[in-house]
Structures are given as structure tokens and as C-alpha cells.
Design a protein around this ligand. Sequence first.
Ligand code: AMP
Ligand code: ZN
Length: 470
Amino acid sequence: MLEIHNTLSGKKEEFKPLEENKIKFYVCGPTVYDYFHIGNARSFIMSDIIRKYLELKGYEVTFVMNLTDVDDKIIKKSIQEKVTSKAVAEKYVDAFLEDIEKLKVKRASFYPKATEHIYEIINLIKKLEAKGIAYNIDGNVFYDVSKFENYGALSKKRTEDLESGARIEINEEKKNALDFSLWKKAKEGEPFWESPWGNGRPGWHIECSAMSCSHLGETFDIHAGGNDLIFPHHENEIAQSEGASGKKFVNYWIHFGFLNINNEKMSKSLGNFFTARDILKIYSAETIRFFFAQTHFAGPLNFSEDLLQAAAKGLEKIQNLYDRVLSELNSEKNEANDVEFDFQKYFDLFSQAMDDNFNTPQAAAVIFDFVKEVNRVISQNENISGKFYGQVKLFLDKTAEGVLGIINTKASTTTRNLENELIELLLNVRLEAKQQKNYALSDKIRDDLKALGVILQDGKEKTTFKIVRE
Ligand code: AMP
Ligand code: ZN
């Protein structure tokens, strides 16, 4: 039985989809004004892992991730770069799609763009206005929070507290400090669309209400995003969608913990970020995904290169077994032995872990136990049948790769190992050169390797290396 921790109830709940075997899943995607950082990548990768597990369980998942392509930050960038905001958005939508593909994130069923849903957005605002929940002041339309009784239910905030404390839009014209923009009147030089309230553009929150509704319906199963979106973004989405439809908006809310750096949230505005693009030049998608999967999605996670290196090292055990399985499956065998192995047990343990609110660290531990046990069987038996290796491959393909995405299935075992072995050999020659005080040679080896994109790091005990792939 799958249980999900629902931010709305604050509890783990049994998951029941609206329609048997089908899941409608919406995740807040990026605002496309720059390359996304490795903190954003945590949300994209964890939602990908959840989606893939739901698919492994046999659900047909409609997975929607929006692209916010009209926004203050995009406009600001377009002014800086002296191009249209459409050009800024297009450039970073392409970059986003490229980068998530490199991170092995499966394509969404839909990537709706705000600028392509202006009609739906206007209709939704019209509906709210007709119900007396939205008001227009000189071409700026606001949501009247006092008209929505359940406001604060998701973030567990009382409206009185919110009014006094929270970071909310300051605008003299609004009736109430908590009211938020649905439609923003056009300003000089900004992109705009015609509307019943004059030329303008949509607010950020209404985009997600309109786009989720047009692709998934008024009520759907799962809505996810980073913790930073609980308030006000998701709180406002609920107010808008339920205010307009009179129906429950979302059954299960999932929120991802922050990726921190020095215990501070990684974010563009703080300037303490690394783009996923740059990290991908040093670490493989598998390493990055494993680094995330080792921590439960809901908690905070501190970013550090040491942890990424440890993740890369940890993965070697799984990758080595996988590579061995591939070569065993390619080799001819006569009179091979069938060995007893309880594969189902490991599938069950993996599912148990993931059914418990997508406990990926536990699921990864199951995979490591499996690898250890398989290695034991291999070391204790000779000439094992292809059937056994086929089943080992099937387990790893479905779990480690199919859900977590942590195996390089394309690795050509011979060249990859040879590459590492040759580098190790050069490291040994360099060590000998150093011992003989031939620093000219040891430096030359380091510099020549660097020119090839192999970076050496001299540690206390030994020298390690990393390969920078452009
Ligand atoms: P944005 O482009 O800022 O709208 O963010 C895109 C997605 O990444 C949203 O779901 C955010 O909640 C999420 N996000 C932003 N910063 C972080 C972070 N440091 N750690 C985890 N998720 C984040
Ligand atoms: Zn959203």
C-alpha cells in the first residue's frame, strides 16, 4: 500500500487515485530566465523518481510541468540583454529541456507555457470576478483573500498572522495586504495581452491554476514543488482554483526540501548557486541523481563536492556489477549452472521502501544489499547461467535505473575501465617521478592530463582524479 505524506493534512495518507490506475500529477516548473541551478534540479529529479516509481507500480501517469515564460525576472533580463522577453524565454526553455534530458529526467506529458494559456487564464479570472472573489482597480485585478474561508489551510498559517508578518506584495491599491495580483496592467515596454480589464499580463499564481486545470481537470491527484512554494504560491493556487470551481483542487500535496549550501537555501537571488549545467561537466547524471536519492526528498540536504564524490564512489559497486552482468550475458556458456536466488524478495523490499512516502535512501540500501548478495553468489559459484544474470539485469534495470536512474547502461565496459586504468597508471608513474624528485616530469604529467580534461587532486594519502567532460 502506497502512503504519501500530504502537506495539506500534515500526515501520511494511503494513496487513492481519482481514477483507477491513472494518476494526474502537476509539478511547478522553472521560470525561464536563466540556466537552472542544482537546487532546482533536486525538485526536478525527485519528482522524476516519484513519477517513475508510480509508473513501475503500473499507473498511467499524466505528468505536467509548467514553464513560466512571462515574469518580472524575464522582463528584467530582456532589458539587460536588449532582446525581447520572448527571446529570453525561448533560449532558456531550450536550455532547460537540454539540461533535464542530460539529468535523465523523463519528458513530461505536457510542458504548458503561460503565454500559450492567456485565454484560459483570462477565463478563470472572469469566473472569479463574476463570483465577487476578484476585483479590478484601474486595470489591475486582485484576488480578494477575505472571500476564501480556507485561506492558510496548506501553509497552516492564520490570515491574521500572515497580514502582520509575511513577505507579501506591497501595493497601496489593494483592499487587503494579503490580496494578490491576478492580472497586471501593462507598463511601458512590457509584453502585454488584451483583456476585459485592458492590456496587461497574468500574475504568476493564476498561471498554474489555469494550466493545471486545462491539462488535468478541476480536481487532480498530486501537486508537487519545492518547500518555498507552499506559501504564497500554492496557497494562492488553491484559493483561485477552489474559489472558481467550488471543488477540491488537489488531493495530495508533495513538497521537496531545499538544497542548501553552507546551511542556506541555494538560490539565484543569494548568488550561492551552481548551475546544473556546470555540475554536469564534472559529475555524471547518475552521480547527481544518486546524491539526491540518498536523502529523503522532504528534508533539507547540504550541497558539497565531498558528498558528490562519495556518491560517485558509492555507485561504483552497482555499476561494476552491472558491467559484469553485461559481459557475462555476452559470453557463450556451455552447461551453465542455475543458482537459487530470491529476486522477488528484493523487488518486494524495494517496493516497501518506496511505498513508504518514496523512501529513496531505504530503496538505495535495498539495491546495495542486492548487489552484495549477488556478488557473494557469483564468488561462490562457477559458470553461472545467463538466466541468473538476465534476472540480475532485470532487477537493476527496473529499480536502480528505471526508478532512480543511477546506472550508466550505455557504458562500454572495456573502454571505460581501460580509461581509468590508464589514468591510474600515469598517476603511479607521476608518484615515482616525485619520489625521485623529478618534479619536471611529475608536473608535466599533471598538466598534460589537465589539458585532456583529467583534473588531479593531491590528497594526504593518495592522488585522485576527476574527468571533466565538456
Ligand atoms: P523557480 O525557477 O525558482 O521557480 O524554481 C523551480 C523549482 O525549483 C520550484 O519547484 C522550486 O520550489 C524549486 N527550488 C528552487 N530552489 C530550490 C532549492 N534550493 N532546493 C530545492 N528546490 C528548489
Ligand atoms: Zn506553480
